[in-house]
Design a protein around this ligand. Structure first.
Ligand SMILES: Cc1ncc(COP(=O)(O)O)c(C=O)c1O
Length: 372
């Protein structure tokens, strides 16, 4: 694509930091892991950070370490990446899909409360596209009903809720570092928590369940290989140093889109200012107006691609995926309505003003030209 949907931003000094690791004898479980974990813990205000090899493995370890298991219900959004529900299913717990607020596309707290049953154990709240969810409502619902809260902050590093960084505000949280994210380690993720006990268990489970204090090769738990290499961590350390400046650049790209598109009544734009919240922009997702069909959205998406402009269709509802669709209980009108009309526009740190101009112009021309 001439203007891709996303584009990683890696500096020469970051490339040097990665190659320097390759000249050392420690390629895994070494000092870079510690340094990366410390950087994320300090930045987010978490007492503990545990680096893993993906956001998905981070979510899975949270479910496992919080002892969620067979028959336990975990409330999740359906308007989200499929890993959110899969991580619950890995432990034979049950994802209960709840609808989103049509403005922020985050879990609707009233609907969360309505979905609670005697089997509910946890709420997995996603900060969709980097916009913090209504955490005070979610946390107070959880407290009233004795539920655990896992923050899926894979799309939201640096986002703030009432002045505090998202991630460690519930029982555990997870960041993701896939290359389309605000910062990347190639592949990678990070669990954050204020609980020393949970952190120790997550560290053990990351490394085959090997106990930290016990004998060499003593396995107290059945764990996994969710370790992340020193090479990935070296990149993460350097990217963390630039995170604030990256977030400023992304905020300015989002505002650039907002300025150009806000006069168009056929488009619903993401909010750029939400009181009490700082958005950490992951992607910029517009929704086509009510009279556009999903078929027309797909036509625009394809035509944008043939003009060299990469767009995405985020998200396809999880509850409609073949692996989840057998449960007939779903009533998620906002999720289904939004999912059929989203278009994620090209979004990355160094997107130029002239490229934003071109994307906005092409999009609006194609909206006029879309066949019935
Ligand atoms: C909300 C959300 N959760 C989880 C994940 C999974 O992260 P990863 O791809 O690093 O496994 C992603 C990744 O894109 C995500 O957007």
């Amino acid at each position: 694509m001439r203007i891709p949907l996303s584009s990683p931003d890696i500096t020469e000094s970051e490339i040097h930091a990665v190659t320097d690791v390759l000249r050392t004898p420690r390629l895994s479980l070494g000092p870079k892991l510690e340094e990366f974990q410390n950087a994320v813990a300090e930045y987010t205000g978490a007492a503990h950070a545990i680096a893993v090899n993906s956001g998905t493995s981070g979510l899975h370890l949270c479910i496992r370490a919080l002892r969620l298991g067979e028959g336990d219900e975990v409330i999740v959004p359906s308007f989200a990446f499929v890993a959110v529900a899969n991580a619950v299913r890995y432990e034979r717990a049950i994802p209960v899909f709840v609808d989103v607020d049509p403005e922020t596309l985050n879990l609707d707290p009233a609907k969360v409360e309505a979905a609670i049953t005697p089997r509910s154990r946890a709420i997995l709240v996603v900060h969709t596209f980097g916009c913090p969810a209504d955490l005070s409502s979610i946390l107070s619902i959880a407290q009233r009903h004795g539920l655990l809260v896992i923050e899926d902050a894979c799309e939201a590093i640096g986002a703030e809720y009432q002045g505090r960084k998202v991630g460690p505000l519930g029982d555990a949280g997870v960041f993701g570092f896939y290359p389309n994210k605000q910062i990347t380690t190639g592949e990678g993720g990070m669990i954050v928590t204020q609980s020393a006990e949970l952190a120790a268990l997550a560290r053990a489970l990351r490394n085959q369940g090997r106990s930290e204090s016990g004998e060499w090769l003593e396995h107290g738990e059945m764990g996994y290989n969710y370790r992340v290499s020193e090479i990935n961590c070296a990149l993460g350390i350097e990217q963390m140093k630039r995170l604030e400046s990256i977030l400023k650049k992304r905020d300015s790209v989002a505002r650039g889109y907002h300025r150009r598109l806000s006069g168009n009544p056929e488009l619903k734009l993401p909010p750029v200012d939400v009181p009490g919240r700082r958005i950490s922009w992951f992607v910029y997702v517009v929704r086509l107006g009510a009279h556009f069909t999903q078929r027309q959205r797909d036509w625009i998406w394809k035509e944008m691609a043939s003009c060299g402009i990469g767009c995405g269709r985020y998200f396809a509802p999880i509850h409609l995926q073949p692996i989840y669709a057998s449960d007939p209980r779903h009533d998620l009108p906002n999720t289904e309505w939004s999912a059929g009309r989203t278009l994620a526009l090209p979004f990355f740190n160094n997107l130029r003003e002239s490229e934003i101009d071109e994307v906005c112009q092409t999009l609006q021309e194609l909206m006029k030209a879309a066949p019935d």
